[in-house]
Design a protein around this ligand. Structure first.
Ligand code: UD1
Length: 376
């Protein structure tokens, strides 16, 4: 066999909280092969708060980013353009062999576009998920990132089908499982040491956990009113813990709705670190959310999940797991909560390859291709 003559220099680009969770197992897997792979962690700075970024990095044991772009918040076009401009300079200077992006945030699309223009191969982890709702900025990011990616790493069968339907080449698609679950499995034991339940005076299995941040819900006053109405009803049945995302906090303030979210039995906290949040999730009676990652985590934890959106781009969590899509339909939510309280909620299973080994599979594939590129 020909000798491998290059070490694969991979830019691992992250920007927002869920990216950090997905990149952690990939970086640690790549670091097992120091002679073959050189991962370079690039943080765009899309999320910059202590709670949204530094705390999560610490909990996940992620190294300090090698490159930080200080982009910050802004309207979508500006934020995306700023990431592109700053990243372009760095890529031209550092000459990575591959750009790896995860998920569906603005940083994902921006990095993929820059790489494609510079003709550097792009790997997209969590490719092919589709909500078919183009009012979600994430859907636009997903479709366009996949269009320019050379490696499409998928988490569930629906993603493979979506990509094929869009005409993307079969050879580019690799069904590898879910890196978010790798991280969960790596940290579940550690999370059990969290003191968050004592701190919030909650008993295991007795509360609801709520997360809410999607623009299509929190940026609309009438939808936030529906949410507050739902919370009032649910909080009659059990306490609700609500770690508030900065976007949501801002919108509640902007719409002067602070009073609507002051309900007895509704415990509001700042955004939490990964370990505290995972501990709350694992011990909740029910999780109510609009997040994608939380739908997947609850499926693995076997905790009932009610998704406040009209659809999900992660159908495996509904077909196989513990997720039910309720939209902002109060009657439906209360019906499901009653089933949960009577232990009659649907039983969930585990989607294929959500086994904690997705990062291993991805790194093996990239390493094999590097050998091929080096030899040809
Ligand atoms: C982003 C992603 C979304 C992901 C979410 C997870 C896009 C389009 N959206 O949404 O897919 O699920 O992250 O958290 O990329 N802010 C802070 N501190 C921070 C970060 C943000 O205060 O550390 C505030 C900013 O004022 C900003 C707002 O939150 O205007 C929104 O931030 P942004 O990164 O644009 O989108 P998210 O809503 O967080």
């Amino acid at each position: 066999m020909a000798k491998i003559n290059r070490k694969l220099k991979i830019f691992c680009v992250v920007g927002a909280r869920p990216n950090f969770v997905k990149i952690a197992p990939l970086i640690s897997e790549m670091k097992k092969y120091p002679k073959l792979i050189q991962p370079i962690l690039v943080h765009t700075g899309q999320h910059y708060d202590q709670a949204m970024s530094k705390e999560i990095f610490k909990d996940l044991g992620l190294p300090k980013p090698d490159i930080y772009l200080y982009v910050g918040s802004g309207p979508h076009a500006k934020q995306t353009a700023e990431i592109m401009t700053r990243l372009d300079d760095v890529i031209v200077r550092e000459k990575p062999h591959l750009i790896l992006v995860v998920g569906d945030v603005n940083s994902t699309l921006a990095a993929a576009l820059v790489a494609a223009k510079l003709r550097i191969p792009v790997a997209h982890v969590e490719a092919g998920l589709r909500s078919f709702n183009e009012n979600m900025p994430e859907e636009i990011n997903r479709v366009l990132t996949d269009r320019v990616a050379d490696f499409l790493f998928t988490t569930e069968h629906s993603a493979n089908k979506n990509l094929l339907k869009e005409g993307l080449a079969k050879q580019k698609i690799f069904f590898v499982g879910n890196v978010m679950i790798d991280t969960l499995k790596d940290h579940l034991k550690k999370s059990q040491k969290s003191k968050i339940l004592e701190k919030l005076k909650l008993k295991k299995g007795s509360y609801a956990l709520l997360t809410l941040h999607r623009a299509e819900i929190v940026d609309k006053k009438e939808k936030l009113h529906l949410v507050s109405d739902i919370l009032k009803a649910v909080s009659q049945k059990m306490p609700i813990v609500f770690p508030v995302h900065p976007r949501t906090q801002q919108k509640i303030r902007e719409f002067e709705m602070e009073k609507d979210f002051q309900t007895p039995n509704l415990i509001i906290t700042e955004a939490l670190g990964y370990l505290d949040f995972l501990h709350l999730e694992n011990n909740a009676k029910v999780v109510i959310t609009d997040s994608g990652g939380v739908q997947e985590e609850t499926t693995i934890l076997n905790v009932p999940c009610l998704t406040l959106r009209q659809e999900t781009e992660r159908p495996a969590t509904v077909k196989i797991g513990t997720n039910v899509v309720t939209n902002l339909n109060k009657e439906k939510i209360l019906r499901e909560i009653n089933l949960i309280l009577k232990n009659k909620f649907k039983k969930g299973g585990i989607p294929p390859l959500w086994d904690g080994k997705a990062a291993q599979r991805i790194v093996k594939i990239l390493e094999r291709y590097n050998q091929f590129w080096s030899e040809n």
